[in-house]
Write a protein that binds this ligand. Structure first.
Ligand code: KG4
Ligand code: ZN
Length: 333
């Protein structure tokens, strides 16, 4: 029985897992708080975690039907993430482990995303090429076996989610703009406006999205009246989304072909995007690859994925983390 805590960004989440099953996964989102500022304000996020943590943890224990005394271990995100936000969950977890005299395990947030497509079905695990797409990161990794992976490429500048959020801000959409663009794009013409697809023909596995953002900025500067026409806004959203999805899908499939993998997985907040899910499905089908997408509820940040990875690491004999270990805001995958 493991209690897991995730506070790396703007979601306060606590989960209880046992034998691969998720007994509870409580997520308290701060999106409304940060929307006013157009992005996550680290200091506010940390204060909000402090405020919400006790009730989120209590609810997670109640929903799991256990008390803290039943726990066998405590886990928390160690990095990467916002330093002050990480500190809240990581130190709370260490304090709990100390008080309960149970092992503590610090978890890499990206590694938790990487294995989240297999939650509930690790028996079906197969080697894969994995795309992690969130607000802070865009990573392609090769996963040779469980808990054995390495990074093929990552973004050189903005992450895919950041590109959704920043271009959406230029259009005047509320933060986070990713889900808004997703909605509007569904009724737009993806061919009406053509935007660059950075590094799409580059043989490497790195991404770059800042040029796309800049090209949307210049496009709006040169077409200032466009934003008053709802149809054109929908077309614009479809154009931006198609450019991002095109790059993500093309590079993921190319990496899978090159590495000889027969399975593709995807996780992270942007994996909620309907066009991305659809296009990955089509491309994998065309190439004869199995596709495994993280369940929608485990795409955005959550403690269940932290708990499941901690459980698998503990049962694989991984070293437990010292109670005086520190957070690692820049932790690499
Ligand atoms: O994984 P996540 O919850 O947090 C980070 O670790 O960053 O991802 C949040 C990101 C935001 O940039 C948000 O705009 C994006 O995921 N996102 C989406 C959609 N839902 C969330 N982007 C495009 N389409 C969506 N439906
Ligand atoms: Zn994340």
């Amino acid at each position: 029985m493991i209690l897991a805590i995730e506070t790396s960004c703007d979601e306060t989440s606590v989960a209880v897992v046992r034998d691969g099953a998720i007994l509870s996964n409580v997520v308290s989102s701060q999106i409304a708080l940060h929307a006013e500022y157009g992005g996550v304000v680290p200091e506010l996020a940390a204060r909000e975690h402090l405020k919400n943590f006790p009730s989120v943890a209590r609810t997670a224990l109640v929903e799991a039907g256990i008390s803290a005394a039943n726990l066998d271990a405590v886990a928390a995100t160690q990095g990467p993430g916002l330093p002050t936000a990480l500190l809240v969950g990581f130190k709370a977890a260490q304090a709990m482990a100390f008080a309960l005299r149970k092992p503590f395990i610090g978890i890499n947030h990206h590694e938790a995303h990487l294995y989240s497509p297999w939650i509930g079905d690790f028996a079906a695990f197969e080697p894969n090429v994995s795309l992690i797409v969130s607000g802070g990161h865009t990573i392609l990794a090769r996963v040779d076996s469980e808990l054995n992976h390495h990074v093929l490429g990552s973004t050189l500048d903005d992450a895919a989610g950041e590109c959704f959020d920043k271009t959406g801000k230029l259009i005047g959409l509320p933060y986070p703009a990713g889900p808004e663009i997703d909605k509007l794009a569904e009724q737009g013409d993806p061919k009406a406006f053509d935007f660059p697809r950075p590094l799409i023909n580059d043989p490497g596995d790195d991404f770059s999205f800042s040029g796309l953002k800049t090209s949307v900025r210049y496009f709006l500067r040169d077409n200032p009246d466009l934003l008053s026409d709802p149809k054109k806004v929908r077309d614009l959203c479809a154009g931006i989304q198609t450019a991002i999805v095109d790059v993500l899908v093309t590079k993921t499939i190319r990496a899978a072909r090159r590495t000889g993998m027969r399975c593709v997985t995807a996780s992270g907040g942007v994996t909620c995007n309907r066009a991305l899910r659809r296009e990955l499905e089509k491309a994998c089908k065309r190439n004869g690859f199995a596709l495994r997408l993280a369940d929608q509820k485990y795409c955005t940040d959550n403690a269940a994925m932290i708990g499941i990875l901690a459980e698998r690491k503990l049962s694989a004999g991984a070293a437990i983390t010292r109670l005086d270990a520190e957070i690692e805001p820049g932790m690499a995958l």
